[in-house]
Ligand binder design. Structure first.
Ligand code: URA
Length: 231
């Protein structure tokens, strides 16, 4: 792999920024300063230092992000803060993206990665990956509402929603687990039973659970165990 690509992938900056780093002689390959951005390195064997600090090559990175309200699940946006605006420069590898979307006003668990195959697996409609949401609703649910939500109901799509699981926490607070990811699905399901979502937070996606220690706007790398369970 080219040295400049390696540096970009390891969060050292944009292509032009890393070219500058190399030109300034701040990058060493196996202890020898290298001033050629197109120098070919063996990313798994060569030791690359920037300003004396060794970079460890990891092809894929996985971050658990606690999305705050007001941020959009995109990589670029002209008006709003995106999820990537919360990732520190040194962690912001090329090609990071959020796995799936949460609405701008929805909070909670969002996986951010550059592993397209894992994203595909988690988002594939055929895989039915369960996602659990904490939902504050406008009015209590009747037993008939719960039955309709759990059996699957018409939200204006070609087919009814797949069976879901409702757990009542308080009169107007529920946990709802769905195994699809239709646009505004939770809000539309609640609307379909004449209710309204007042607050929505995703707590889990497949085996991955939102770390309670992460405040809104914070992220952390997944543990090896979490990655193994997801993949
Ligand atoms: N369902 C919704 O309505 N909104 C979300 O952000 C996620 C699920």
């Amino acid at each position: 792999m080219r040295l400049d690509k390696f540096l970009c992938e390891n969060g050292c900056g944009t292509r032009s920024q890393v070219k500058q780093l190399v030109k300034q002689g701040r990058v060493c390959v196996n202890g020898i300063p290298c001033k050629a951005a197109d120098f070919k390195i063996e990313e798994n064997d060569d030791i690359v230092n920037v300003d004396g600090k060794e970079l460890k090559y990891a092809k894929f990175v996985y971050y658990m992000f606690h999305k705050p309200a007001g941020c959009v699940s995109a990589t670029k946006d002209n008006h709003d803060k995106t999820v990537l605006d919360y990732i520190k420069k040194e962690d912001n590898k090329a090609d990071l993206f959020p796995v799936g979307r949460l609405d701008k006003d929805t909070e909670g668990l969002l996986l951010i990665t550059n592993d397209g195959a894992l994203a595909h697996k988690l988002l594939s409609p055929k895989k039915h990956v369960p996602k659990t949401y904490y939902v504050k609703i406008k009015a209590p649910l009747s037993s008939e509402d719960i039955q309709r939500l759990e059996e699957g109901l018409d939200i204006g799509e070609e087919k009814n929603t797949l069976p879901a699981k409702v757990e009542i926490l308080e009169e107007c607070e529920i946990l709802l687990t769905i195994s699809e990811g239709k646009f505004h699905q939770v809000k539309r399901m609640l609307l379909a039973v004449g209710n309204e979502v007042l607050y929505l937070k995703r707590l889990s996606m497949g085996s991955l659970k939102l770390d309670e220690n992460l405040k809104a706007g914070e992220y952390r790398a997944l543990t090896g165990e979490e990655i193994k369970e997801l993949c």
